[in-house]
Every structure is written in C-alpha cells, then in structure tokens.
Design a protein around this ligand. Sequence first.
Ligand code: ZN
Length: 127
Amino acid sequence: MKPRHIDPNCPECGAELVLSDLLDDPDAEEVFEDKWACPKCYDGHGVYMDWPQEQIDELAGRARDAEKHPEKLIPWEEVRHDLYKDMGLTDEEIEEEIKKAEEKTKNMTEEEIAEFQSKVRYLINIK
Ligand SMILES: [Zn+2]
C-alpha cells in the first residue's frame, strides 16, 4: 500500500513512507489510511497526511484567512459543544464532559501538556 496523493517517499531521507499507526503498533486494530510516516525519521509524532492537494490548499487558505481575521475563528468551546451535540449528548451531559476535561487539564503538569500537544501536531507534506 502507498499514499495516493502525496510523495510516497520521506522528504527528509527518501525512505518509503509507511502507515503511522503500524509504526506505533504493528498489531494495531485501528489504522488510519491517510496517516503516513517515515520508518527512519518518525519519533512518535509528525505524520504526513495523505490528502488531495485541493484539501491541503483549502486548509492552508483557511489558516491564512484565520490569521488575517481572528474574529472569524470559532472558539474551541463552541466547536467542542457542537461535536458533543453531534454525538447525541444532552446539554447536561455536554456540561459534564467539559467540566471533566477542564479538571483533567488543570491537573496536568506543563510537561504533560507539552507531551499531549506534541502528539496532536501534524505535519502536512506539500509536494
Ligand atoms: Zn525519513
């Protein structure tokens, strides 16, 4: 299997990219087919998203737009609220989930927060 939209080789060292979930765990049951990583350079974070160029352009455009018009950004609270609504949670349940998440981050050390953020950081490989 190879990525469909991006360069199948690592831009850093040229090795063939592999699915990042399988690098994390060769027996992984859930494998995302759009997340690729270099078997040599991968250090637990930094994956290449196998997305079509239009999708990357659109994201890049939105990011530029957001920089110029910060007032257009949707607060994370609102996004999260809508996500939970889509999952079928009631307003009370949403309130509860948000409280739980806040408690959790309150108890996290700076290091744990940095660790968490490094895991959610994605690299976009633009050809
Ligand atoms: Zn590499």
